[in-house]
Design a protein around this ligand. Structure first.
Ligand SMILES: C[S@@+](CC[C@H](N)C(=O)[O-])C[C@H]1O[C@@H](n2cnc3c(N)ncnc32)[C@H](O)[C@@H]1O
Length: 306
């Protein structure tokens, strides 16, 4: 009897085909995989490890929270793998490699293979995870199959301290101190604290906290919103302990928290009850680089009241 695919197999095939077609149309994916690189910024764009990098660039271009040389010295990147945001922050803080080294790294880069499919699972040391790509980001195992690891090159010295945290492994980035851990586990806070203190002393705090973290999607919308709220709440409580206040920086918009959330009436309530009360200025942003069909958006909270 001839093989006939089950309805489930047919659905999976068509969703993979749709995903590949969407990838092929996506201007940010094209930019990242372009091999034509005229200048340093174009070359840097092709070496971002995630499409998310363009979201951060876009948000910072508009609100300039990573720009201020004096105020941005300690930056935390929570949910950092594969490292696109950390790469952007490292560049902003002067840790990027000079152009000849980037070109060398570009030549060393292995050819890009087929993108792993949505729902692809992988495991790293001490962590195992499946990332169902809620917003179409490319999976975080890319660094291990297609690295542009400029940490192997002498990238020079930037300023400040960047701490990245993720459940998954991350290929090193010059200037970024990586902690592989569950942010929600109580012991992780002490690890982050230790790095901040080495830079700023026992009462030192971070200038900017970024969070692109999201739990694995279960397909159950209510459950997913609950997980997103749990992360947002935990990141806010953490920020209350470790973010510099506007007053201590003598800048009304100093002390910045940027965090991802999923649009829902409950997250709106969270914003009104917890963010607006703790920050001088709270905005929601849907970057162009974030896919329209995704429910993700970002809260940019500036001027922590302390
Ligand atoms: C959208 S990805 C981040 C992409 C990243 N901003 C970039 O530009 O490459 C979300 C990340 O959050 C991480 N994550 C989810 N829950 C976490 C947790 N409890 N602790 C640490 N990382 C977590 C996932 O492992 C995943 O790598």
């Amino acid at each position: 009897m001839p093989f006939r695919p089950t309805p489930l197999a047919r659905t999976q095939k068509s969703s993979s085909t749709a995903w590949l077609a969407r990838q092929a149309r996506d201007p940010y994916v094209k930019l990242r995989s372009s091999s034509v690189t005229a200048d340093a910024s174009a070359l840097a764009a092709t070496s971002y490890r995630s499409r998310s990098a363009f979201k951060l660039i876009e948000m910072d271009e508009k609100y300039k929270f990573l720009r201020n040389q004096r105020d941005v010295q300690v930056v935390l990147d929570l949910g950092a793998a594969p490292g696109g945001w950390s790469q952007v922050v490292a560049q902003k803080l002067g840790w990027d490699a000079p152009l000849p080294l980037l070109r060398k790294a570009e030549r060393m880069r292995e050819p890009r293979g087929v993108y792993p499919k949505p729902g692809h699972s992988w495991s790293g040391a001490g962590a195992s995870s499946s990332w169902p790509l809620p917003d179409g980001d490319e999976p975080a195992d890319e660094p291990f199959t297609n690295p542009l690891d400029i940490s192997a090159l002498d990238a020079g010295t930037g300023r400040g301290t960047i701490v990245a945290v993720d459940l998954l492994r991350m290929v090193p980035i010059p200037g970024v101190q990586f902690i592989q851990a569950d942010f929600l586990a109580p012991e992780t806070e002490a690890l982050i604290r230790g790095i901040i203190e080495r830079k700023r002393g026992p009462h030192g705090k971070a200038d900017v906290i970024l969070c692109d973290m999201a739990a694995n999607s279960t397909g159950n919308a209510f459950h997913d919103i609950e997980s997103s709220l749990a992360i947002c709440t935990s990141v806010l409580e953490f920020s209350k302990r470790h973010l510099r206040s506007a007053e201590s920086m003598q800048r009304g918009l100093g002390g910045v928290l940027l965090m991802k959330y999923f649009v829902h009436p409950l997250t709106h309530m969270f914003r009104m009850e917890h963010l607006v009360t703790n920050f001088n200025d709270v905005r929601f942003i849907k970057p162009d680089a974030s896919r329209t069909e995704s429910k993700e958006a970002y809260y940019l909270c500036r001027g922590f009241k302390g």
